[in-house]
Design a protein around this ligand. Sequence first.
Ligand code: FPP
Length: 274
Amino acid sequence: MRATVPAGLDRKETEVYQRLDPARLPKHIAIIMDGNGRWARRRHLPRIAGHRAGVASVRSTVETASRIGIPALTLYAFSEENWKKRPASEVDFLMGLLCRYLKGEVPTLNKNNIRLEYIGRQHELPAVVQSKMQWAREATAQNGGMVLTLALNYSARSELVDAFRSMVNAAANNGGLQHLQVDEEAVKRHLYTRHLPDPDLVIRTSGEMRLSNFLLWQLAYAEIYVTPTLWPEFRGVHLLEGIAEYQKRERRYGGLADDVSQPHYSDHAKMARS
Ligand code: FPP
């Protein structure tokens, strides 16, 4: 029997939600938001119009994820490469958009008990953006519901470099390098994502089949769901469709993923049987 539909879902979302098994929701969903520029181009609008429209998609996705009880959502908002590849005016616009989003959204995040976190090289962002980010994090720090992590100036390879540096520094400050212990658990403890479980589902919008330097370590076992929907058209209902596809794939392997205490059990079982 299906559990009751969470409050606040609209008609379309309710329809998709009723096909889901609430006991097997992903614990952490990561999203590569892509297609803002194409959305704008199709409408003969400047690229920044696509980014502006993308904020409504962020809002809808965050609200729906939180309403259905997803413990963690991570959004790839701004890659390290974005600095180099995009014109300065577009980067400035994105920074301003982020500041306005943080300022405007904190009351809603608090209302929904959502805690805000960041991953990426924050110290390289403009000082005014950094202080707004710190303010928003502190203003939501008491919330015990969903953790919303924004990847800003993020690169997975830089994250790994920073993790290895951090491991070496920690050992040097704690008795010397002869105490350096390198294993998977140690690497995990030094990643930006040490506050999160690995994502079990990664969604990419606008049809591209790449990970684009996003969470390369953490996505080792994640299901990948690519939708042709461009980010500015993505809404909570599309998130639910991604989760439905994720559950379909898990079911194909005989329900082994039901054991939530062992997140990688189903992967080992799949490999053993293939
Ligand atoms: C990719 O589209 C999108 C981005 C680089 C920016 C994402 C930002 C937002 C959705 C809005 C602000 C975010 C927050 C968290 C408030 P693209 O420009 O690469 O699209 P294209 O591939 O079609 O050119």
